[in-house]
Structure formats: structure tokens, C-alpha cells
Ligand binder design. Structure first.
Ligand code: C5P
Length: 239
């Protein structure tokens, strides 16, 4: 009998540290990694390249076009590289404007459906760590390990500020806090797959934790769920 690959879902609000934590856990356990937010950002970037703007109301035709892109955009993930139609957009999709556009279009049910199979295809042996907003609730509802990672909006804004500056973008803390709160409100209030902890998720507030401490706590939780001691988990080289 073929076993379903192990899936660990890590959901949470913008800049809660999901990405860094999920990548570290995937690397430590030797599992694949899905950054589902990148898929929403890629569709947003494609839309922006086609003249869609944050401030205009989308027509039905535009929403249908977004759903087509969600299903068919030629995207390749190669290590840290993300290629859209063969072009490296890894840095471009991290801009706040693209994140805001992603959050605007993420309310569209048809678009979310279009991304569903793409996301599920990442669940390959030996397993997957998937980060996003609805990984545990909608995309991988049967995942044995679900985590909801959160942190205060001030701490998240500071982390996002550092990320943006490190990537060469300009940023301002006050407007980042406002942006994060607005994005959280939109993500939590939407009809389709609103941001919330999945049933049975392990809720972890990382406001007072370092990245390593957060990863350690998740690994402890994972070990408990799979019935192993922490020192019995596989150790990958380079971690
Ligand atoms: O995680 P990240 O900030 O890259 O995601 C960008 C936006 O994409 C989020 O603000 C959210 O609106 C949307 N998103 C989503 N569901 C996911 C991942 C991201 O709605 N699973």
C-alpha cells in the first residue's frame, strides 16, 4: 500500500515568520517546501504586468482571467529561484505592492480553486512543509501536523522591515504596521478560506522567540505527534 506523504502545514498572518520557520523545518527533516504565498504573489505580479491595479474594482472578465492564470501560469521553483515564464522574479514578487495586490486578489474563490491542485502537487515523498493561510484548513485538511504561527503586529512589522531592507527595498515601520493590519483584516474577513487556525492546530506565538527557538518548538511538537523523541528525528547535513 502506498502511504500518503507526510505533510506539515504552517499557517499564520503576514510576516509571522512562517516562511523562514517552514524552510528550516523542511531542511531539518529533509522534506519538500511549498511557499503558497509565492503563488498568490506570482498571479498578482502577472496581473500587474497586464495593467491591473490595486485601486480598481475588478470586472468579472478580469476575475476569470486571474483564475486562468492561477491554473496555467508557467512557474518553476528551482531552489531559491522562482521563474515566471522563464524570467527570474524571486526578488520582484517580494515587494509590498505585490503582497498587497496578492491579498486583494486572494479573496476571489475561482482563483483560489485554480491554485488548489498546483499546491497539492507539491505533496511528494518523503513529505512536505507547506506555509500559507489555508494550508491546514483547505489545501491539506488531512495533514497530521498543523501549526498556526503568530506574533504581535509590531514584531511582525519589524521583521518585515528587516526583510525588505535586506532585499534592497525601502520601507517605513509606521506604514508597514498599518499595511499588515489592513492585510490581516482582509485575509481574516474574506469569504473564501479566511485566515484562521485550522481545527486541531498547534498555535504558537513567536513574538518572544528567536527563529531557532521557534523551529525547536515545532520540531518538539512534530516529534510528539509522530511518536518519536526529539533526538530520534532524522538529522540532515548542513543544519
Ligand atoms: O504569505 P505572503 O505574504 O507571501 O502572501 C501574500 C498574500 O497571499 C497574503 O496576504 C494572502 O492574502 C494571500 N495568501 C492566501 N493564501 C495562502 C497564501 C497567501 O490567501 N495560502
Amino acid at each position: 500500500m502506498r502511504h500518503a506523504p507526510m505533510v506539515i502545514t504552517i499557517d499564520g498572518p503576514t510576516a509571522s515568520g512562517k516562511g523562514a520557520v517552514a524552510q528550516a523545518v523542511a531542511c531539518r527533516l529533509g522534506l519538500h517546501y511549498l511557499d503558497s504565498g509565492a503563488l498568490y504573489r506570482l498571479v498578482a505580479l502577472q496581473a500587474m504586468h497586464h495593467g491591473y491595479t490595486f485601486d480598481t474594482v475588478l470586472t468579472g472578465t478580469q476575475e476569470a482571467q486571474l483564475a486562468v492564470w492561477a491554473r496555467h501560469l508557467p512557474v518553476v521553483f528551482e531552489g531559491d529561484l522562482i521563474l515566471l515564464d522563464g524570467v527570474n522574479v524571486s526578488a520582484e514578487i517580494r515587494a509590498e505592492a505585490v503582497g498587497n495586490m496578492a491579498s486583494k486578489i486572494a479573496v476571489i474563490g475561482l482563483l483560489r480553486e485554480g491554485l488548489l491542485e498546483r499546491q497539492r502537487d507539491f505533496a511528494q515523498a518523503p513529505g512536505l512543509v507547506a506555509d500559507g493561510r489555508d494550508m491546514g484548513s483547505i489545501v491539506f485538511p488531512n495533514a497530521p501536523v498543523k501549526v498556526f504561527l503568530t506574533a504581535s503586529s509590531q514584531i511582525r512589522a519589524e521583521r518585515r522591515y528587516k526583510q525588505l531592507i535586506d532585499k534592497g527595498f525601502s520601507a517605513n515601520i509606521t506604514s508597514l504596521v498599518a499595511d499588515l493590519n489592513e492585510r490581516d483584516a482582509r485575509d481574516s474577513a474574506r469569504k473564501h478560506a479566511p485566515l484562521k487556525a485550522a481545527h486541531g492546530a498547534y498555535v504558537l506565538d513567536s513574538s518572544e522567540l528567536t527563529l531557532d527557538e521557534t523551529v525547536e518548538k515545532l520540531l518538539q511538537h512534530y516529534a510528539k505527534v509522530v511518536g518519536l523523541a526529539l533526538n530520534e528525528l532524522p538529522v540532515r547535513s548542513g543544519f
